[in-house]
Design a protein around this ligand. Structure first.
Ligand SMILES: O=C(O)C(=O)CO
Length: 265
């Protein structure tokens, strides 16, 4: 069955981070994801997971200098050593938190990049992802890549589904899989159900949000009941990450998730 994970980087932000685990469990979520665990020790996070009875389902590799605007280093020529270190650190946390998969953010392409620059980013990306997947495979983990819309993240290197599928094929490692964020796909391409059908065997994780405001899934232009129905027909039995900014009261905004076990007040 489809299980919902609360994205603690966006949900329950009225609480300090470590209190969000209990809030998510109280609301009926059975897993959590968030951007980065690195501000806390693995032991601290494992205690929060155990106390709340939640599973850790995803987090990101260290992204470079996030505050300075960097959004990952996986495709950045010259940052290969940093990327390899980020893989080691992320896998250390993944093992400690029993987290099955980690997301390698691609990074930004320079303003006005020419074709040779794009090719250099692509070659770096493929080589880095192959390394990451092989290291992760030694520990029974998956590495994910996610096309991200360029309205929210201008110049993000991976922005379309066909680009992601070409990278997955070129890297050729079975544990390198797709993080399919329906919010991003709707903004960039639409045609959600057909993309789900065509790419289904490569999907390692799904994320949802309303479009265009990135609020609750039932706020906006995407009719998620139809998407979930198709996912069930396709046999999707993994996690769906709820990566959205609540429009109002977090708990009241959970009514959409009642069919999946969420407990709105
Ligand atoms: O920005 C997003 O949608 C992400 O999932 C980053 O990991």
């Amino acid at each position: 069955m489809i299980r919902l994970a609360a994205n603690l980087s966006m949900l329950f932000t009225e609480h300090d981070f470590l209190e969000r685990f209990a809030a998510a469990a109280d609301a009926g979520f059975s897993g959590v994801e968030y951007l980065f665990p690195y501000a806390y020790s693995p032991d601290t996070l494992r205690s929060a997971l155990e106390a709340s009875g939640l599973q850790q389902v995803l987090f990101n590799l260290p992204p470079g200098d996030w505050e300075a605007g960097e959004r990952g280093v996986a495709s950045l020529p010259g940052r290969e050593a940093e990327f390899r270190d980020s893989v080691t650190e992320a896998l250390r946390y993944a093992v400690a938190l029993d987290c099955p998969r980690v997301h390698a953010m691609a990074g930004l392409i320079p303003e006005g990049a020419d074709e040779s620059t794009r090719q250099a980013h692509h070659a770096t990306y493929v080589a880095n992802l192959r390394f990451a997947a092989r290291e992760a495979a030694k520990l029974g983990r998956e590495v994910l890549i996610e096309p991200i819309n360029t309205r929210d993240m201008p110049r993000y290197f991976l922005s379309h589904q066909d680009q992601a599928m070409a990278v997955l094929q070129e890297v050729g490692e079975p544990n390198l899989r797709l993080q399919f964020d329906l919010y991003h796909c709707q903004i960039m391409e639409g045609d959600l159900v057909r993309h789900l059908e065509c790419q289904f065997e490569h999907i390692g994780h799904i994320q949802i949000a309303g479009v265009p405001e990135r609020h609750e899934p039932d706020v906006g232009e995407v009719h998620y009941p139809a998407v979930f129905e198709r996912l069930k027909e396709l046999g999707y039995v993994d996690w769906v990450g709820c990566e959205y900014r609540p429009a109002g009261n977090t708990r009241a905004g959970l009514a959409w998730g009642r069919p999946f076990g969420l407990r709105p007040e």
